[in-house]
Design a protein around this ligand. Structure first.
Ligand SMILES: [Zn+2]
Length: 429
């Protein structure tokens, strides 16, 4: 059999390759790393004996072709699982239904789209609702941040020359609401650059910039800060001091003395790097909180990234749940990342020149019925990463793999519904 690296959709196993039925006693070929968790649960269920036997769907017989890297797969599964667990605590309806509800008022059925991207087969859900929340939805955040991360990298690559990251913070304490400190931070930073000596230095030295806002939570409450990636010539010590003084005054105007950071912590200048250096670019794109894998970076010692707050909220920690709601409200509608006009133009120009930055070559699609999505949504209660596992099945096994998961989810839903009906009729249970 050809592998998917050959590029042909025919590389996937065909429905006729599937065994007609699960043969009792015989072991069908199932790649365990693909179906492992579900199989283990099914075996355990069968071993229970007392339970009504689950009808196993036929397993695909084909060996998996080229797979996405384990790291990337784990990252996708991680964000899908976190999204599933956050549904219980998400304050927004859109977020609770993200990636699990079919888009309404559209004639087309949901599908899984297969694309050849960077030599690998990638599957994506189409026709499912997406909330698009960059701050609070792990899956949408990953998608949007990956997209913007590419854009930032293209801007840095396209413009080249000397880049440097500046991190700007304020002083914070436990009683400071994020809904107060976050807008204050943005406003004060905008004012710092406008007017006076700093504006003059800025227009002389800085030729492009990217701004990212990050929020962590620690012993002293919410800690919002701004990372600004600058294409800049070197600042003298006096110029840096002028920036520092202006920032301290601006944030004091917004929050009072209590928000004024000391000179040591207010502004941090990172090591400069060359825009032509791929390693430096990748490092700083990651520092902007835009790394391609994972939901977000881990907080420094003693502080939690906002994703860790979300994890804890999903795990049932009441204080974290309240913090998560506060975070949701305070970040709603706020920009997480902004390229200035020059960086934006450079990114667009560079991406046009570089065709490999496109969204990949289409390889076909797999149709999924609305009721299939409903069954998967039901299965998500037991298998948090099910929507990611189905994508992986599509990438490695094609349609047959998707069918297997769908059949499994449908079998469980039917099984549970029947048991529920049985219980209704049996007063002794
Ligand atoms: Zn979402």
């Amino acid at each position: 059999m050809k592998t998917a690296a050959g590029g042909a959709a025919a590389a996937y196993c065909r429905p006729e390759d599937e065994p007609k039925a699960y043969q009792a006693g015989g072991q069908p070929f199932v790649p365990d790393e693909l179906l492992g968790p579900i199989l283990a649960r099914m075996r355990a269920k069968a071993a229970e004996g007392a339970a009504r036997p689950l009808v196993l769907p036929a397993a695909p017989r084909c060996a998996p072709p080229e797979k996405p890297s384990p790291r990337e797969r784990a990252a996708r599964e991680g964000v899908f699982a976190l999204r599933a667990r956050l549904r219980r605590v998400a304050p927004s309806r859109r977020e609770r239904g993200c990636g699990a509800l079919v888009v309404e008022h559209v004639d087309t059925e949901p599908t899984i789209e297969l694309r050849q991207e960077a030599g690998q087969v990638r599957a994506h859900w189409k026709g499912l609702m997406q909330c698009g929340h960059i701050w609070t939805c792990p899956a949408c955040s990953r998608r949007l941040r990956t997209e913007r991360g590419k854009r930032v990298e293209a801007a840095v690559n396209g413009l080249g020359k000397r880049w440097q990251m500046v991190t700007v913070t304020l002083r914070h304490h436990d009683a400071m609401a994020l809904a107060v400190s976050l807008p204050a931070l943005s406003k004060a930073w905008r004012r710092t650059r406008q007017g006076g000596k700093v504006q003059r230095i800025w227009s002389e030295r800085v030729s492009a910039s990217v701004r990212a806002v990050e929020v962590t939570h620690g012993r002293n409450g919410w800690h919002p800060h701004v990372h600004v990636l600058l294409r800049t010539t070197e600042w003298t010590d006096e110029e840096k001091d002028a920036l520092l003084a202006r920032w301290q005054d601006a944030i004091t105007d917004e929050l009072g003395k209590v928000g004024r950071p000391d000179a040591l912590h207010a502004i941090t200048w990172s090591e400069p790097f060359d825009g032509d250096d791929a390693k430096g670019r990748a490092l700083y794109v990651a520092k902007l909180g835009l790394e391609i894998s994972g939901a977000g970076k881990l907080g420094r010692k003693g502080s939690r990234s906002h994703w860790q707050v979300a994890e804890d909220a999903a795990n049932g920690d009441e204080r974290s749940r309240l913090l998560w709601h506060e975070f949701y409200t305070a970040t709603k509608g706020k920009r997480a990342l902004e390229l200035d006009d020059r960086a934006q133009a450079a990114a667009e120009k560079f991406m046009q020149q570089d065709p490999k930055e496109g969204s990949g070559e289409p390889m076909g699609s797999i149709r999924v019925l609305r009721d299939d999505v409903r069954a998967l949504r039901y299965e998500e209660k037991f298998t948090r990463r099910i929507f990611a596992e189905v994508l992986e099945a599509a990438e490695t096994q094609g349609e047959a793999g998707v069918r297997w998961y769908v059949n499994f989810a449908r079998a469980r839903m039917k099984h549970d519904a029947e048991r529920f009906a049985e219980r209704q009729h049996d007063p002794w249970r």
